[in-house]
Ligand binder design. Structure first.
Ligand code: SF4
Length: 433
């Protein structure tokens, strides 16, 4: 091996990850200065006793994580002290939205605090049984805009391609709960051929967003086949992937995956983050590797009551995201998916969060807050009102501190050519306010 050359991991797992629970505790004992650093960490894995015997190699293998997902009440009660609300929610989760949590994501849960944001997102609660009159099975009206199974074509130049219905963890507020988790299967060959045919014959489509489920749950080979066949279509300029794997299964971001993705630039990834507690050393490493692969990273966050609906939490999240080279992209108002009303905040809450971000932190950290119009109207940006009034020749604006300023609109100045003393000149004709 040449000097400076990196040793490749033996498998598709990534072994260069931080120490886990027990080893980390020993490290802190030996190096007390790290205690200060530890206090500043937002999140840490504390491997529950259930998996203490698991080797480092297994823990860092994404396939091991997937194979050992928690899917039952019996497994879950080994890890956390379940509340009655959670027990009832789990009991009735069958046939609604499957319960599945990776050991890694479970290791971030506070076993004693039912309001832990990680726990609230992944463990069913009795509130899911409440059906509101506003609930919708397909809140964004995707099915009616689906010309081919697996494909949603709503906007003129871009499409959404649902490549699998599997996710590492099922978020209890999932807008696609009608589709995800029930069969855990990928798009069929037949459907994919139909999708390709459609895209080739619709030349205005220049952007394909792979979603699901979670596209990064496909094996590299299958994902590459999909990307390469899409890339071969001349009108497809941009490929995008929407994923939550870097957050719920960061082990999935391996050297092999990044090397494969790099071949299909321009390729962008939108990562679904919900709370600063999700940004662990493992997640930092995963995002860093993707960014080093030249992949622009953006975040998507669903506004969730009791989880991230406080401006200080959202501010911490967006600032932490910039530190790991993820550009906060969207905050979504929670959709009207069946059984998710308890997660919904008012739209005013979202506006207030943007109000507390804009001007108060780096512009790059301020995402766009959108409401996906119920029934299929698409994303509608919702902004705090900064234009106080529009008068003749001026606009009255409000800044982030509430101070009011006037901006004079430009005058329209016209010039004309004229000849004087045999010479051609240009002179001002008139000024209009
Ligand atoms: S990762 Fe996305 S698709 Fe999967 S359950 Fe969560 S919200 Fe739904």
């Amino acid at each position: 091996m040449q000097e400076g050359e990196k040793m490749e991991p033996a498998s598709d797992s990534n072994l260069s990850v931080p120490l886990r629970g027990t080893e980390r505790a020993l490290q802190l004992l030996l190096f007390p200065s790290l205690v200060v650093q530890k206090k500043m960490e937002e999140a840490k894995e504390i491997v529950p006793p259930l998996w203490r015997e698991v080797s480092e190699k297994e823990w860092n293998d994404w396939r091991w994580q997937l194979r050992h997902r928690i899917t039952t009440f019996e497994q879950l009660k080994e890890i956390i002290e379940l509340t009655l609300e959670e027990i009832e929610g789990i009991k009735h989760s069958k046939g609604r939205l499957a319960l599945a949590v990776t050991p890694y994501f479970a290791s971030l849960m506070d076993p004693l605090n039912p309001n832990c944001p990680i726990r609230r997102q992944a463990i069913p609660r009795i509130e899911e049984l409440h059906l509101s009159k506003n609930d919708m099975v397909d809140p964004c009206g995707e099915d009616k805009d689906s010309p081919v199974p697996g494909l949603v074509h709503r906007y003129p130049d871009r499409v959404l391609l649902l490549v699998t219905d599997q996710c590492a963890v099922y978020c209890r507020y999932c807008t696609r709960r009608r589709l995800v988790g029930s069969h855990e299967r990928a798009i069929t060959e037949g459907n994919f051929e139909e999708v390709l045919k459609y895209l080739k014959s619709h030349r205005k489509v220049r952007d394909v967003l792979l979603s699901g489920g979670d596209p990064l749950l496909l094996e590299n080979e299958r994902l590459e086949e999909i990307l390469s066949r899409l890339r071969a279509i001349p009108n497809i300029e941009l490929l995008r992937i929407g994923t939550r794997a870097p957050v719920t299964l960061p082990q999935r971001i391996t050297g092999g995956l990044v090397r494969m993705l790099k071949k299909y630039h321009p390729l962008m990834i939108s990562i679904h983050f919900s709370h600063p507690k999700e940004i662990t050393d493992q997640v930092r490493r995963a995002c860093n590797d993707l960014a080093d692969g030249g992949i622009p990273l953006g975040s998507q966050t669903v506004l969730l009551k009791g989880i991230n609906d406080k401006p200080y939490i959202m501010k911490k999240l967006v600032q932490e995201l910039l530190k790991i080279r993820v550009r906060p992209y969207y905050i979504y108002q929670c959709d009207l998916a069946t059984g998710t009303e308890h997660f919904r905040t008012s739209v005013a809450t979202g506006i207030q969060i943007i109000e507390k971000l804009r001007g108060h932190t780096t512009g790059y950290a301020v995402p766009t807050y959108v409401v996906d119009a119920p029934g299929g109207g698409g994303k509608i940006p919702v902004e705090p009102v900064c234009v106080v009034s529009r008068g003749k020749g001026k606009v009255v604006l409000r800044n982030y501190e509430g101070k009011v300023f006037e901006y004079p609109e430009p005058n329209i100045i016209e010039f004309k050519k004229m000849r004087s003393n045999g010479e051609e000149k240009v002179v001002q004709k008139k000024v209009m306010a």
